[in-house]
Design a binder for this molecule. Structure first.
Ligand code: SIN
Length: 299
């Protein structure tokens, strides 16, 4: 029996997501196993590995199998030894406060080359609540009418970190998400254009690529002009039939593909502490259906 014969992959919803068992991520993996996991990731978009016992170094090693680390803006790493590991924390006494990731988004979509993947490992979870949801953006695109697909195929939208991280952003109020090492400032107010429909560089499939945290308007349009169609797309992109939901257990590692999913950390656990450690791997500059894929930008 080869090492990979023990790996089982089971879907968790009709839309996306699969649970992977039979692999110990605290140990180095051989190339064949990494290839198997990458193929499963491309198929299911989100993978859940329950009952892992990982150090930060283990988390970094596993992340590195999928590419160089992504660049983490606005949130500092846990230590100089582990600058690529972020602690996602909400303390028990942070009641009625914003949580990190508590609205639909694709990670750091305001970057020139946003991270391809995010890895999130649960150290401490509430007894109930604090789930995370993911939405399949291939399905979101495929379920639009052909007319709207054609229109969106040629459009670009502006992304910015200003709503959460700008000078007037949510986190500029230091009482919000105060347990996180978050920085805010003028540099969060830059805007960058990305295609509204993104061609996945590995699968070649088209995915809707707008999200309500970072997408602020369509290119060459005002916010007011953009709002009706953007609001429609935000609501459409997160329809229940496009979603899976993870009830975290201590020891679960989740990895997701930011190029074809959005996610939402549900803030329904006031009074309980939640801590997860997070890494990202670098991605490409998003390319639309009529654009050449551009190489990963130096980050
Ligand atoms: C995030 O958006 O990376 C945080 C997700 C979570 O805490 O569940």
């Amino acid at each position: 029996m080869s090492r990979n014969d023990r790996i089982e992959i089971a879907r968790v919803s009709g839309a996306l997501g699969a649970e992977v068992t039979g692999v110990d991520l605290s140990q180095p993996l051989d190339p064949e196993t990494v290839q198997l996991l990458r193929a499963a990731w491309m198929e299911h978009q989100v993978l859940f590995y329950p009952e892992q016992k990982l150090s930060d170094a283990n988390l970094e090693r596993f992340t590195s199998y999928f590419g160089p680390f992504g660049k983490e803006p606005f949130v500092d790493g846990i230590s100089t030894d582990h600058p690529n590991v972020l602690a996602v924390i909400k303390e028990a006494d942070e009641k009625r406060k914003a949580n990190f990731g508590g609205n639909w988004h694709s990670d750091w979509s305001f970057q020139d080359a946003p991270p391809a993947g995010t890895f999130l490992y649960a150290l401490q979870v509430p007894p109930y609540g604090g789930d995370t949801m993911w939405a399949n953006q291939y399905l979101a695109y495929e379920m639009l009418s052909p007319g709207l697909q054609r229109l969106l195929d040629d459009m670009e939208a502006m992304h910015s970190a200003k709503r959460p991280y700008g000078r007037q952003g949510i986190y500029a109020d230091k009482s919000q998400a105060r347990s996180m090492k978050i920085r805010t400032g003028i540099e969060a107010e830059e805007e960058i254009a990305h295609p509204v429909v993104r061609v996945h560089p590995e699968t070649g499939r088209k995915a809707l690529y707008v999200n309500q945290v970072y997408t602020i308007r369509f290119k060459d349009m005002t916010s007011a002009e953009s709002a009706p169609l953007l609001d429609y797309l935000f609501a459409h992109a997160t329809r229940p039939e496009f979603i899976c939901r993870n009830r975290w257990r201590q020891g679960t590692l989740t990895m997701w593909d930011n190029r074809c999913t959005q996610h939402y950390a549900v803030n329904d656990y006031d009074g309980f502490r939640r801590e997860l450690h997070r890494t990202t791997c670098a991605g490409d500059a998003p390319a639309g259906p009529h654009q050449q894929q551009r190489p990963v930008a130096a980050q």
